[in-house]
Design a protein around this ligand. Structure first.
Ligand SMILES: Nc1ncnc2c1ncn2[C@@H]1O[C@H](COP(=O)(O)OP(=O)(O)OP(=O)(O)O)[C@@H](O)[C@H]1O
Length: 313
C-alpha cells in the first residue's frame, strides 16, 4: 500500500517557501544588575575588572580566532557575530568568516546567502577569484564579512584531492591579513576538513560551550583534535578560551555544569558567561548584532566584556 502524498498544491517547495519572520522593535532598556569587581561570578571566581583597551594606531596583521565546537547549536554563530561587533565597537577592525555551509552567520547579518553569486567557496576553489571582491561590508562599522552558502558543502569533498588541502583557508586569508586586527572564523558543527582548515589558519580557538550535560562530552574530543592540529599543522595554535553559553543561573543543572567546566578546564574558561535569553534568537530575526539592536541589554554587555577578555588574553 502506498503512503498518502500531499496534493501538489499543498506540498512544500523547499527554498521557495517564505519562512521569514517580521523583526520586532528593539526592546526597551533592561534592568541589568551590574556585578562589581571582586564579587563571585558564575564561574565561582571573583570578577576581575578589565578596563577598555586603548585604541590602536596601526592595524594588522590579524589575529585569527576559530570559533569551534563540533556540537551543533551551542552559540558559535551568535558568539562570532556579537564578539566581532563588540571588538569593532572598541576600534578593532574585524573580518567575520562564515565557514559553515548553512550560512547562518551571513543570515544573522541580514544577508540572504543563497542569492550571492560569489562566496568563500569560489575564493577557495577558483584561483582567479580575488578574496577582496567577495568580502562584504556589514552594517557594523569596521566589521566585514566573507559570506558562505550551501556551495561550501562541496568544498569538503573537492578539497580532499588537493595538495595542501588543510592550508586552503590560510592561503585564502593571506592577502587581507594586514587590513584587520581580528579574523573570526565561524566553524561548522563537525571536525571535518573545513574545521581542520580553520584550526590550521588560527592563532587561537574560542570554544562556546552550552551549559548542558551533553555538551561536556564532546569537548575532550575537540581538545584532542586541537592538540593534533597543533602537532602536525600549526604549532602556534592555542585555546584562547572556553565560553560558557546559554547559562541559566536559576537552574541547578546550569550551575552544576558550570562548576564542572571550571573544575575541568580552570583558567581557560572565560570569566564572561553568556546567559540564556530570547534576545539572541530575536537578533537573528533582526539581522544585526545584539550590541546595536539592544545595546544596553545584558547580552550586549556580556559580549563587550568578552571582547575585553579576548584582547587581554
Ligand atoms: N545565549 C543564548 N540564549 C538563548 N538562545 C541562544 C543563545 N545563544 C544562541 N542562541 C540561539 O540558539 C540557536 C543556536 O545558536 P547558534 O546558531 O549561535 O549556534 P551554533 O553553534 O552556531 O549552531 P550550528 O552548530 O548549527 O552552527 C540560535 O537560534 C540562537 O539564536
Amino acid at each position: 500500500m502506498s503512503t498518502p502524498q500531499p496534493s501538489a498544491e499543498r506540498r512544500p517547495r523547499g527554498a521557495s517557501v517564505d519562512l521569514s519572520l517580521a523583526p520586532h522593535a528593539a526592546p526597551a532598556d533592561e534592568d541589568v544588575v551590574e556585578q562589581k569587581e571582586g564579587e563571585i561570578g558564575p564561574t565561582g571566581r571573583p570578577l576581575r575588572f578589565i578596563p577598555e583597551p586603548p585604541l590602536i594606531a596601526h592595524h594588522g596583521p590579524a589575529k585569527v580566532l576559530a570559533v569551534c565546537n563540533q556540537k551543533g547549536g551551542v552559540g558559535k554563530t551568535t558568539s562570532t557575530i556579537n564578539l566581532g561587533a563588540a571588538l569593532a565597537e572598541i576600534g578593532r577592525r574585524v573580518l567575520l568568516v562564515d565557514f559553515d555551509p548553512q550560512g547562518a552567520l551571513s543570515v544573522g547579518l541580514g544577508i540572504q546567502p543563497h542569492h550571492l553569486d560569489q562566496t568563500i567557496y569560489n575564493v577557495i576553489m577558483e584561483r582567479e577569484v580575488d578574496v577582496e571582491n567577495v568580502i562584504m561590508r556589514t552594517n557594523v562599522a569596521d566589521m566585514d564579512l566573507l559570506p558562505s552558502n550551501i556551495d561550501l558543502s562541496a568544498a569538503e569533498v573537492q578539497l580532499v584531492a588537493e595538495v595542501g588541502r588543510e592550508h586552503t583557508l590560510v592561503r585564502t586569508l593571506r592577502p587581507v591579513m594586514d587590513r584587520y586586527d581580528y579574523v573570526l572564523v565561524d566553524c561548522q558543527p563537525s571536525l571535518g576538513l573545513l574545521t581542520v582548515n580553520a584550526l590550521a589558519a588560527a592563532d587561537g580557538v574560542l570554544i562556546p560551550l552550552e551549559c548542558e550535560f551533553f555538551s561536556l562530552r564532546g569537548v575532550a574530543l575537540l581538545i584532542d583534535t586541537i592538540e593534533k592540529v597543533r602537532e602536525r599543522l600549526n604549532p602556534k595554535l592555542e585555546i584562547t578560551g572556553i565560553l560558557a553559553t546559554m547559562y541559566d543561573p536559576r537552574t541547578l543543572h546550569s550551575r552544576e555544569v558550570m562548576a564542572r567546566v571550571v573544575e575541568a578546564f580552570g583558567e581557560v574558561v572565560f570569566d564572561t558567561v553568556i546567559n540564556r535569553t530570547v534576545r539572541f534568537p530575536e537578533t537573528t530575526v533582526a539581522g544585526e548584532p545584539i550590541t546595536s539592536w539592544a545595546p544596553r541589554s545584558s547580552g550586549a554587555k556580556a559580549y563587550r566584556s568578552l571582547a575585553r577578555e579576548v584582547i587581554a588574553r
